[in-house]
Ligand binder design. Structure first.
Ligand SMILES: [Zn+2]
Length: 549
C-alpha cells in the first residue's frame, strides 16, 4: 500500500521533523490522547448525555484504546457522582478514568474543602485539576491576591497527589495569561509541577490563539521549565483547535486533550478525530493502539448516534463525504489510482470511498458501484447506458441520488438483474387525528406480501413517517427478524420544484443505520407521505440486501 497507516519514515514527515527539534520524537515518547467528551464535550449546545449514554460512551472509548477518559465533574452535578459510582463497580479495561475539578476555594486547606473530597471519593486513578494562570482572571474573576492563587494550586495538587495515583493539571487561560504576564503564568504552572502534577496541560480556554503563537509559547515555556511534561487543551473559536493542538505537539507537548467530533462549548473543543489521524498519518507520531485508527470512523458515528446529533458529513477523515467523489473526471481517475484525488486511503481510518451519482457523473461511477456487487459492467455496455439514462430521467422527475446511494444501488441491481425482491408492498393508509388541544394521533396501516403470504398491519407513531415505518417493520419482522437492528436515524424533506406552486414535488431522504453502517434512500412525489413511503421501502429493502455483507 502506498500510504500505510504507519508512515514514520515517509519522506514528508522525515523532512518536516528533522527541520525542527521535536521532544516526543527525540525521547521516543508517544503522544497521549485524553478525551473530555463526557465533561467539556457535554457542555456543547445540543449535547445532553444521560447517565446510561455516558457509560456507553466510556465503554466505547475504552474499547477504542483511549489513554484517558475524563468522566465528569463530581462537584458540579449528581449525575456525575453517580457515573463514578457506577464505574467503580464496572471498571474500564484499558483507559485511565479521570475525575475533573477545580483548585480548592480560597482561605481554607484543600484537605478541608468538600469539593476536593468529592474528587478523592470518585476513586479514579486520575484526578484532573484546573486552576487559573492569568493574573487578570485571578484578580477579577476569582477575586483573590496573586500569591494566594499560586498557593491554592500548590496545596490542591499536593493534597490530591497524596491520595490519588495521578494528578493532571489543566492551566486555564494559559496562553492569554502568558501573553499578559508571562512570569506569573509560569509561576502558576510551576507550582502545580512542584506539587507533583504528572503533566501541565496548557489550555487555550477562549480558543482565540493562533497556531504560531502556541508553538512559540510552548518553546519558551520549555526553556523556562525544562523538566516539566507539557500537554495541550484547545478550543475551536478561531477554527484553529486542531491546528493549535498539532502545533503544540511539534513544539514539545506529549499529551493532547479534545473531544470526539469536536463537541464542546461555543464552537467546540479541538476535534480528536482529525488530531489522531494527523498525528499518526501526517506527523508520524505514535499514539493509542496500532489498531485504533481503523476504528476512528466507527467511534465518531457511535458518539453522534448516542448524542442523537446529525453527523457532520464534511468532517475530515470520518465524515460521510470525506472520500466521496462526484465529478465524472474525478471518478474516472480515482478508479485508475485512488491517490489522484485522495490524500490518504479511506480504509486506514475505517471510512469508505463513495462514488456519488448525479448528472455530473458518467459511466465510471456506475462501473465502480457495480464492482461492489460483483456485477460485470463496463463503461460502454448497454446496461450502463440504460442505467445512466434512467438516472437522468429520475433526476428530471426530482430524484437526487447524490445523498441516497442505497436507492441508487437498488436501481443498479435491478438493471443488472441481480436483485431478488424479498417482499412486495400492496399499499398503505395513514390517518392523522387531532381533537381539541390534545396531541395528534397518527395511525398507519400497510399491506405487504412475502412469498405469497399477505399481511395487513397497523401501528401508531409520532407522525406519519414514524407510524408507516413501525407498521412496515411490524409486518415484515415475522419474516425477517434481523429488521429489528435497523433504525431510522434522520429524515429530510425538500420541495424540489417550487415554481409549480401547489403541484410542487417533495423529495424525502431517509437515513438508516444498523451495526455502525449507515445508508440513505430517496423518494419523490407530489405527496409528502408517499415520497417518504418510497424512501422507507427502499431503506428496508437495502437493509435486507446488505445484512450478510
Ligand atoms: Zn475546555
Amino acid at each position: 500500500m502506498w500510504y500505510n497507516v504507519d508512515v514514520r519514515g515517509q519522506e514528508t514527515s522525515v523532512s518536516s521533523r528533522t527541520s525542527q527539534a521535536n521532544r516526543a520524537d527525540q525521547t521516543g515518547e508517544r503522544v497521549e490522547i485524553y478525551d473530555t467528551t463526557l465533561r467539556d464535550g457535554s457542555q456543547g449546545e445540543g449535547v445532553n448525555f444521560s447517565l446510561e449514554d455516558k457509560i456507553r460512551i466510556a465503554r466505547k472509548l475504552d474499547e477504542f484504546g483511549m489513554d484517558y477518559i475524563e468522566g465528569g465533574w463530581p462537584g458540579s452535578n449528581p449525575k456525575d457522582i453517580e457515573f463514578f459510582e457506577r464505574m467503580k463497580r464496572e471498571p474500564l479495561h484499558h483507559s485511565k478514568l479521570a475525575a475533573f475539578g477545580s483548585t480548592r476555594r480560597p482561605a481554607r486547606k484543600a484537605a478541608d474543602d468538600e469539593l476536593i473530597r468529592m474528587l478523592v471519593d470518585a476513586d479514579t486513578p486520575v484526578v484532573t485539576i484546573f486552576g487559573k494562570s492569568w493574573d487578570f482572571q485571578v484578580t477579577h474573576a476569582l477575586k483573590v491576591e496573586l500569591p494566594e492563587n499560586v498557593e491554592m494550586i500548590h496545596d490542591t495538587v499536593a493534597f490530591l497527589k497524596s491520595r490519588v495515583g495521578e494528578v493532571v493539571y489543566d492551566a486555564e487561560h494559559f496562553f492569554d495569561g502568558y501573553k499578559h504576564n508571562p512570569d506569573y503564568a509560569v509561576e502558576c504552572v510551576k507550582a502545580a509541577w512542584d506539587a507533583g502534577a504528572s503533566i501541565l496541560v496548557l489550555c487555550d480556554t477562549n480558543g482565540g490563539t493562533m497556531p504560531y503563537e502556541i508553538g512559540d509559547i510552548l518553546r519558551e515555556l520549555r526553556d523556562r521549565l525544562p523538566e516539566a511534561r507539557l500537554g495541550i487543551h484547545t478550543h475551536d473559536d478561531a477554527a484553529c483547535g486542531v491546528a493549535n493542538a498539532l502545533s503544540a505537539v511539534r513544539a514539545g507537548a506529549v499529551h493532547v486533550q479534545g473531544t470526539v467530533n469536536g463537541y464542546g462549548e461555543r464552537c467546540g473543543n479541538a476535534n480528536l478525530m482529525p488530531i489522531i489521524a494527523n498525528l499518526r498519518l501526517k506527523l508520524g507520531y505514535e499514539c493509542l493502539r496500532p489498531d485504533s485508527l481503523t476504528h476512528l470512523t466507527g467511534l465518531s458515528q457511535f458518539v453522534d448516534e448516542v448524542a442523537n446529533l446529525t453527523p457532520n458529513s464534511r468532517q475530515a477523515y470520518v465524515g460521510r463525504s470525506a472520500f466521496a467523489h462526484k465529478a465524472g473526471v474525478h471518478v474516472d481517475s480515482i478508479m485508475k489510482h485512488s491517490r489522484t484525488y485522495e490524500h490518504v486511503s479511506p480504509e486506514c481510518v475505517g471510512n469508505t470511498r463513495r462514488m456519488l451519482v448525479s448528472e455530473l457523473s458518467g459511466g465510471s461511477t456506475i462501473v465502480s458501484k457495480a464492482r461492489k456487487y460483483d456485477l460485470d459492467l463496463n463503461k460502454k455496455s448497454p446496461q450502463t447506458r440504460a442505467l445512466l439514462k434512467r438516472v437522468a430521467e429520475l433526476e428530471h422527475e426530482g430524484y437526487s441520488f447524490e445523498g441516497a446511494e442505497a436507492s441508487f444501488e437498488l436501481l443498479l441491481m435491478q438493471t443488472a438483474g441481480s436483485y431478488r425482491k424479498l417482499f412486495n408492498v400492496d399499499g398503505f393508509r395513514v390517518i392523522v387525528e387531532k381533537r381539541g388541544d390534545g396531541e395528534p394521533i397518527t395511525e398507519a396501516t400497510v399491506k405487504i406480501r412475502v412469498d405469497g403470504q399477505e399481511r395487513l398491519t397497523v401501528a401508531e407513531g409520532d407522525g406519519p413517517v414514524h407510524a408507516l415505518d413501525s407498521a412496515l417493520r411490524k409486518a415484515l419482522m415475522e419474516f425477517f427478524p434481523e429488521l429489528c437492528d435497523i433504525r431510522l436515524t434522520d429524515f429530510k424533506v425538500r420541495v424540489v420544484n417550487v415554481r409549480e406552486g401547489t403541484a410542487a414535488k417533495v423529495r424525502t431522504i431517509i437515513d438508516s443505520t444498523s451495526h455502525e453502517r449507515t445508508w440513505s434512500t430517496v423518494g419523490v412525489s407530489t405527496n409528502m407521505i408517499e415520497a417518504s413511503w418510497h424512501a422507507l421501502v427502499d431503506a428496508v429493502a437495502y437493509g435486507l440486501v446488505i445484512r450478510d455483507s
